[in-house]
Ligand binder design. Sequence first.
Ligand code: PGA
Ligand code: ZN
Length: 419
Amino acid sequence: VIEQVRAREILDSRGRPTLEAEVVLRGGATGWAAVPSGASTGSFEAHELRDGDKARYGGKGTLQAVSNILTVLAPEIVGLDALDQVGLDRRLIAIDGTPNKSRLGANALLGVSLATAHAASAALGLPLFRYLGGPLATVLPVPCFNVVNGGAHADNNVDIQEFMIVPVGAPSFREALRYGAEVFATLRGVLHDQKLGTGIGDEGGFAPDLKSNQEALDLLVQAIEKAGYRPGADIAIALDVAATELYKDGQYHFEQQALSAAEFIAALAKWVDSYPIVSIEDGLAEDDWEGWQQLTERLGGRVQLVGDDLFVTNRSRLQKGIDLGVANAILIKVNQIGTLTETLETIALAGRHRYRSMMSHRSGETEDVTIADLAVATRCGQIKTGSLARSERVAKYNQLLRIEEKLGDSAEYLGQRAF
Ligand code: PGA
Ligand code: ZN
């Protein structure tokens, strides 16, 4: 039974305010969660409430959202059963009363929702992945390490937001992490030798200025080989184009050119022909449903096509995609939808229609590692949570090491089979 709810404004990995919540149960079990925040946000995401008071943090303060937790939500949920996560989340949604959680803020709701799940698992003495996933929570996700940052996550000239390496040939999560860290270290040397910048972007990947976007793919292949791995068989490549950011007036603005959807698809297809790419996220913009249909027809049989801004972890957006034959996978970000229950429902809907789910961080993160447990609980098989640098990224990978150790012989790593 929920006895007390606490919340406060804290900072995220970009030094911007976000919030954390604590839920204390009768008997003393406590849960804690902190809320992440995006930069290249989709327009259909649940509403992140910011104070707008320019005198504090340039208007980005979260005091109103914190106050909504303490004065609006807390009095309504004290006394509720923390084990009834669905009932609690429905309650939070009803108290807010808006379709996109704009009254109290999705950040306020999510903090309480996740902290309650942590408190319930603590009360039962279970790790979160086991509490939410039961006995079959045994699949460690394949990590997609974002080792070159561009787009809205870096100040360089690279258009594509994320270039990721994916250790599909590793035998375990622990080994996947080693493969990734070795390639990341090698990539630093490769960049250094070519007099390219080794400073990092928001998600911990290198953010050099490059001659072209394709150069990033060549650098990845070089680093994979130089580290002693086989591109494709051991380590594949995944992209997040974040194409909504490139889309203006019906065209894709890419490398000084304005391309139609068909032309942009052709460019992506060429990359798929030439590089060991297993997954492309947001290859087209969030509103370009017709383009997405063409993209899916052209490449859906060969690579995973992930909808992020397109689906925003939202069941009705995903259902539209399923009906239209658009994409074959969905990115899962808890703060895009705002409660744990809705997140799990979206993953379940995806699974029923053979869409894969990739668990994801945001570009603004905290030390909270909940998504690592969620990835295992849902058996989704894939996670992206940044590079092998910056502890708010690495913390999630480290949590997966702990979970793998706890699972012992029952731990499974799907590798190539996750895609
Ligand atoms: P965001 O980026 O958190 O800035 O939205 C992550 C992504 O686009 O996948
Ligand atoms: Zn994305």
